[in-house]
Design a protein around this ligand. Structure first.
Ligand code: HEM
Ligand SMILES: *[C@@H]1O[C@H](CO)[C@@H](O)[C@H](O)[C@H]1NC(C)=O
Ligand SMILES: *[C@@H]1O[C@H](CO)[C@@H](O)[C@H](O)[C@H]1NC(C)=O
Ligand SMILES: *[C@@H]1O[C@H](CO)[C@@H](O)[C@H](O)[C@H]1NC(C)=O
Ligand SMILES: *[C@@H]1O[C@H](CO)[C@@H](O)[C@H](O)[C@H]1NC(C)=O
Ligand SMILES: *[C@@H]1O[C@H](CO)[C@@H](O)[C@H](O)[C@H]1NC(C)=O
Ligand SMILES: *[C@@H]1O[C@H](CO)[C@@H](O)[C@H](O)[C@H]1NC(C)=O
Length: 375
């Protein structure tokens, strides 16, 4: 009761300070674009719950291909305020309780859960997670969401649904933001899996079928979306995600013995947010350099190039876009700096620390490190 009263009073502080639009600011919402005064007003509402940046969690030690759809992680249907988003991998982990079922998470929770649930390698998991966190995370509370509800207490929330950066066009199962809903499952688009599987996989999602599906989805966006945007990071993201389903949505997969994936298994993740019955995570981590190998194999086989549409059916390749993971890091760090033109000293220090962690996660010392907020 007492804590409720305090919470209510805390929520009223922004009114008193002249920022009524910031009342009930969710602690998982990004602080991007706020002035120093606004950051101070909203952080008072967080009630001291501001751990700030945290180090990467350690890698998991047992990376065997064990049963992960187990009794300790039962699937549960969505409750009214649970947040899901554009990532079938994370949606499924939330619906099985590998990350909090409400979809509000810390980077460490994501990094550990994607290893536990799928054997995504510690390094690539860290890199991917911080790519998202630097766009969508709250650097003071150390929280983000795996998607968004349209509004929370009257506030728009974004999370992983934020369009035009990590989330982008030519997804396998979600529409381009220009064409419609960019985070809910779409059956029409999902049908392209069946088309590809029937054409070259004998009904299964072989590697060739996944490459063909990638081409179909890119060509569809070129033909229908005048604003189709497919540059780094979306370019590599989209292709890596095609590799993900091949590498991680197959039960009990080994590195050199790939069992072809079924449409039914893929639907479980994409549509139902559910692990198939008896699902075993892959055997051994899926990490750099295997991730790069598979991703760039798809780039080559699909003939994909970074670029964007200037009107439908007018795809302009961007030769300046390097399309490498190093370039993802560099563009992301620059982009994050533009999101915070006027940070408080505390927020600035937190972002700076998370940028260092991001570089550490990339693990490529040949890639030039950027310090937009100073060394
Ligand atoms: C490590 C943290 C992860 C983050 C931050 C993340 C984030 C995202 C985001 C933002 C998207 C939307 C991109 C788009 O289609 O526009 C996405 C898509 C996707 N993710 Fe994740 N993801 C993570 C891990 C995983 C894992 C472990 C898997 C699989 C085991 C996975 C599988 C996928 C797939 C297949 C898509 C494509 C969906 C589609 O094209 O319809 N992700 N992810
Ligand atoms: C968003 O929240 C509302 C209100 O709690 C709920 O009814 C709705 O199902 C949620 N939508 C999504 C997409 O999570
Ligand atoms: C699914 O995507 C198709 C193709 O972009 C679109 O025409 C359709 O309206 C979408 N369906 C839903 C339910 O959003
Ligand atoms: C996609 O478009 C490219 C360029 O026009 C073409 O070479 C390729 O065959 C197309 N792929 C599919 C599956 O339509
Ligand atoms: C998983 O694969 C290993 C060998 O690769 C095999 O010995 C084991 O029986 C498989 N487990 C299941 C549940 O299929
Ligand atoms: C790289 O990928 C190709 C094509 O999928 C595969 O044949 C090769 O064995 C892979 N090499 C490594 C080192 O993983
Ligand atoms: C990042 O910003 C720096 C400083 O403005 C610039 O020199 C560099 O070219 C940018 N790099 C990328 C990849 O955007």
């Amino acid at each position: 009761m007492k804590s409720q009263i305090i919470a209510t009073l805390a929520a009223l502080i922004p009114y008193a300070l002249g920022f009524p639009h910031l009342a009930n600011f969710p602690e998982y919402r990004s602080l991007a674009g706020l002035s120093q005064e606004e950051v101070r007003a909203v952080t008072r509402q967080f009630g001291g719950n501001m751990p700030g940046p945290q180090p990467l969690p350690p890698p998991i030690t047992d990376t065997s291909g064990k049963l992960v759809n187990d009794a300790a992680h039962p699937f549960k249907p969505l409750r009214p305020n649970d947040i899901r988003g554009p990532c079938p991998g994370l949606n499924t982990l939330a619906s099985h309780g590998y990350i909090p079922r409400n979809g509000v998470v810390t980077p460490a929770q994501i990094i550990t859960a994607v290893q536990e649930g799928y054997n995504l390698g510690h390094q690539f998991a860290s890199f991917l997670c911080y790519t998202a966190f630097l766009t969508d995370g709250n650097h003071l509370t150390n929280l983000m969401t795996i998607g968004a509800n349209t509004t929370t207490h009257g506030q728009p929330t974004t999370g992983l649904n934020t369009h035009g950066h990590f989330e982008g066009d030519a997804s396998m199962s979600r529409d381009d933001a220009f064409l419609g809903n960019n985070f809910n499952f779409n059956e029409t688009l999902f049908d392209a899996f069946q088309v590809a599987a029937d054409a070259v996989g004998g009904g299964l999602l072989t590697f060739d079928a996944i490459v063909l599906n990638r081409q179909i989805r890119i060509n569809d966006s070129i033909a229908r979306n005048p604003q189709f945007a497919f540059e780094t990071p979306r370019f590599l993201g989209a292709i890596a995600e095609s590799a993900f389903i091949f590498a991680m949505f197959v039960s009990n997969q080994t590195v050199d013995n790939q069992t072809p994936l079924t449409i039914d298994a893929v639907r479980h993740f994409f549509d139902f947010h559910q692990l198939p019955d008896g699902f075993h995570r892959r055997q051994g981590p899926f990490d750099f350099p295997l991730v790069e190998n598979l991703t760039f194999s798809i780039v080559d086989m699909a003939g994909a190039k970074p670029g964007s549409n200037n009107g439908v059916n007018n795809y302009i390749v961007n030769p300046q876009d390097l399309g490498t993971f190093c370039y993802v890091y560099q563009k992301q760090v620059n982009f994050t700096a533009t999101l915070y033109p006027d940070p408080t000293p505390e927020l600035r220090a937190a972002i700076k620390q998370n940028m260092l962690t991001y570089y550490q996660a990339l693990g490529d010392s040949t890639c030039t490190q950027y310090f937009p907020f100073g060394q």
